[in-house]
Write a protein that binds this ligand. Structure first.
Ligand SMILES: Cc1ncc(COP(=O)(O)O)c(C=O)c1O
Length: 393
């Protein structure tokens, strides 16, 4: 028999670290863009595991791939060759921006960023990393040093030395910040945690040019924007910009933990044996899930779907904006959408949950929507309906 809602909450409250602001909902099942609570109530999921669920919950092809691989081999360290890993590596490079032809596999976004930072320092022999105001790159000490928000950083200082932050969207500020010890610039093509800010037109291209001119590496953090979310396989493809290093995670393996750092051959090969590693990284179970996930994204043309449905969702929210004094701005790319309110948004997120729609936040004032790209039109219409009930006051 399934544990009751009350018992689940009691146990989590008693034993889990208190690092998350919890919502009073016990989720036990998911399919496509829908999740169910312990009492069988249905919710449209625009949280999507904080952007993981690009192909939806429990996609059958990924479930089958996981089952098959679990029967075969679950773990195999990087010191041996493995067929599931080999298949994924080839597949990942085939969908990545051209030139990113070597991969280090890990287990999370923060780890993918850590590897990117180490790579930049190793390849250039320099220490400085320029990041952006409102940028978010994870919570391990290196990734945290690139993250901007004081509430994430301050309790843990001193962080890794050599990091600086310049305003997002201002390429000239990057040029000015570069000095003889700068190894790399790290940036999200669309800032996710920072409030859903899309790189202004021309920004990434200018960064690419400045980095080339100054002999500095360009790292793109596509942990949240990767794998179709913004309407292209990777967001940098909107602007035809190829970084030297790219960090990805979240959606890559259909919900199984995995991170990956992709780089040019010469950059990745600057790391020698023993200079980086991960016990779980590249395990066959995650690799099989990731291969199946990439197949689904390509076969179901999910980037195109994100573009079309993102427009539909944005249009719907913009219509609400005309009638709502609460909404300050609607931003986003594909199915990565931010709705900035004039007030704190937590109360509205909870009201939407009572009406059967799960929403994410981004900072205190911005509602963030990261629905699975397999979401149906009718579900989008329902989300818009609920947003209008909640936000038109
Ligand atoms: C852009 C970006 N980079 C890195 C991370 C860290 O990823 P993880 O939580 O898997 O460590 C996140 C997580 O939200 C992110 O959005």
């Amino acid at each position: 028999m399934r544990m009751s809602r009350e018992r689940v909450i009691e146990l989590e409250e008693k034993y889990a670290a208190k690092t998350y602001s919890k919502r009073p909902l016990v989720i036990v099942r998911g399919k496509g863009a829908v999740v169910w609570d312990v009492n069988g109530r249905e919710y449209i999921d625009c949280v999507g595991g904080h952007g993981i669920c690009v192909i939806g919950h429990c996609h059958q092809k990924v479930v089958d791939a996981i089952k098959r691989q679990a029967e075969q081999l679950i773990t195999c360290p990087g010191t041996f060759y493995n067929d599931a890993r080999a298949e994924l590596l080839e597949k990942l490079v085939s969908v990545a921006p051209k030139g990113l032809s070597r991969v280090f596999l890990s287990n999370s976004g923060a780890e993918a960023v850590e590897c990117a930072i180490k790579l930049a320092r190793k390849y250039t022999g320099k220490k400085g990393i320029i990041a952006t105001v409102k940028g978010f790159h994870g919570r391990t000490m290196g990734a945290l040093s690139a993250t901007w928000e004081a509430k994430y950083r301050q309790p843990f200082e001193p962080l890794v030395p050599g990091f600086s932050h310049v305003p997002f969207g201002d390429a000239e500020a990057v040029r000015k910040a570069i000095n003889e010890d700068t190894a790399a610039v790290i940036v999200e093509p669309v800032q996710g945690e920072g409030g859903v800010y899309v790189a202004p037109e021309g920004y990434l291209k200018e960064l690419r040019e400045i980095c080339d001119e100054k002999n500095v590496l360009l790292i793109l953090d596509e942990v949240q924007t990767g794998f179709g979310r913004t309407g292209k396989m990777f967001a940098c493809m909107h602007w035809n910009v190829t970084p030297d290093i790219m960090a990805v995670a979240k959606a890559i393996a259909g919900g199984i933990p995995m991170g990956a750092t992709l780089a040019r051959d010469d950059v990745m090969l600057s790391l020698q044996e023993t200079e980086h590693g991960s016990t779980f990284g590249g395990n066959p179970l995650a690799c099989a899930a990731a291969s199946a996930t990439i197949d689904v994204i390509v076969e179901e043309k999910l980037p195109e779907r994100a573009r079309e449905l993102g427009e539909l969702l944005k249009e719907g929210i913009n219509t609400i904006k005309e009638q709502s004094k609460l909404i300050r701005e609607v931003r986003g790319l594909g199915l990565m959408i931010g709705v900035e309110l004039r007030l704190k948004c937590k109360e509205y997120v909870l009201s939407a949950m009572e009406r059967g729609v799960l929403l994410l936040t981004s900072g205190l004032n911005t509602i963030r929507l990261l629905p699975p790209l397999v979401i149906e039109r009718e579900q989008i219409e329902r989300v818009v309906q609920v947003l209008s009930e909640v936000l038109v006051v």
